[in-house]
Design a protein around this ligand. Structure first.
Ligand code: NAD
Ligand code: UD1
Length: 308
């Protein structure tokens, strides 16, 4: 039996991860999520899942949980996941996105907890607006927001703690993840969730800029596949991996794909670019490929499943 902790397990990526992990009957999953963004309904029903509506910033609670449960795997995904939110609440973001990570690491270190692997979810936001493309893990780091600063610091704590104190750790930098369960409700939600929501509700979709900006849009199934692979592979330790597809797709091309898949016209308005918007971003995923994981979904394949 494997005991697995998923923080943020009621959110978009966390609950999709739980959907996959629960397929293995040997897994027992504990979720800690304060439901600030996640939803209880996202969590699959199973007697092998225990859900605690708690904050990862309840440090004593987390310490007790870790000491009592002795997890084999920890996926630390809970976060203030919105960059805009981190700019509104930098000090609170710091507690959730950095101090909660340090608390987990300290608890593991001081109590010599024998975890098999701890995985931390960082972000492509750490690269900021540096123009080097595609982004390699060794590309310049230019975090420009409280979100990105804390993601970078946390990721480095996780990796260097791992080396210093012999704790098996790994970190991932997600690019632009999309798929079912992504919440479209904020103007800063993932663009594809907003596009889908506009179509579902017969609203026009607003493109900021000329639509030629491109991103590395990665389907949730590949994100889940990659993180389970990195967490369970004993070779992948004390390293950070980009998680994307390695392909760039412009917003205009995504809209074209949506139209073709749905065989319908989507009313589009073009507006000025957003201040601070990054024009181009995509990942070099050679390191992920070398580790033994190959993404399975092209953007068109991922969108087909998403829109089904
Ligand atoms: P999400 O908001 O859907 O999930 C985050 C979850 O964490 C939510 O369920 C939320 O309720 C929970 N949470 C927030 N604060 C908490 C707290 N104090 N205690 C306990 N739970 C708390 O976002 P997501 O897209 O699923 O993101 C998951 C992780 O991946 C985050 O760490 C995020 O920063 C990172 N990430 C996501 C993307 C993306 O494209 N979605 C890109 C880069 C990095
Ligand atoms: C991502 C983060 C963002 C962070 C940035 C820094 C997500 C969801 N967003 O932004 O918070 O600041 O990385 O690395 O992970 N767009 C539209 N119409 C819309 C919404 C968006 O045209 O209604 C455009 C945006 O202006 C942008 C592109 O679509 O050019 C992608 O936007 P978004 O999904 O927010 O991702 P990032 O810009 O990569």
């Amino acid at each position: 039996m494997k005991k697995i902790l998923v923080t943020g397990g009621a959110g978009f990526i966390g609950s999709s991860l739980v959907d996959e992990l629960i397929k293995d009957e040997g897994n027992r999953i504990t979720i800690v999520d304060d439901l600030s963004m996640g939803k209880r309904d996202n969590i699959p029903k199973s007697d092998r899942i225990t859900f605690y509506e708690k904050s990862v910033c309840d440090y004593e609670y987390m310490q007790e949980l870790l000491i009592n449960e002795k997890f084999n795997y920890i996926y630390h995904l809970a976060a203030v996941a919105s960059v805009a939110d981190s700019i509104e609440r930098p000090a609170y973001t710091h507690q959730v996105n950095l101090e909660s990570t340090l608390n987990i690491l300290e608890t593991v270190r001081i109590n010599k907890l024998a975890i098999t692997k701890m995985l931390f979810s960082s972000s492509a936001a750490v690269y900021g607006d540096d123009p080097t493309l595609p982004k390699k893990e060794i590309s310049p780091i230019k975090p420009k927001t409280p979100y990105a600063i804390d993601k970078y610091a946390s990721e480095q704590f996780v990796l260097r703690y791992g080396e210093l104190y012999d704790i098996q750790t790994v970190a991932v930098r997600f690019f632009n993840v999309y798929g079912p369960k992504q919440n479209p409700k904020s103007p800063y939600s993932g663009v594809l969730s907003i596009l889908k929501d506009s179509i579902d509700n017969n609203r026009s979709f607003k493109v900021f800029g000329d639509g030629e900006q491109y991103r590395d849009f990665v389907f949730i199934n590949d994100v889940v596949g990659a993180i389970i692979h990195l967490a369970t592979s004993s070779k992948c330790v004390h390293e950070v991996y980009n998680v994307g597809t390695g392909k760039r797709t412009s917003l205009n091309n995504v809209i074209k794909d949506f139209k073709e898949i749905l065989s319908s016209n989507i009313p589009i308005e073009y507006a000025n670019s957003r201040t601070g918007d990054i024009k181009y971003s995509y990942a070099d995923i050679q390191k992920l490929l070398d580790s033994g994981y190959t993404p399975k979904y092209s953007v068109t394949q991922g969108l087909r499943l998403y829109l089904k």
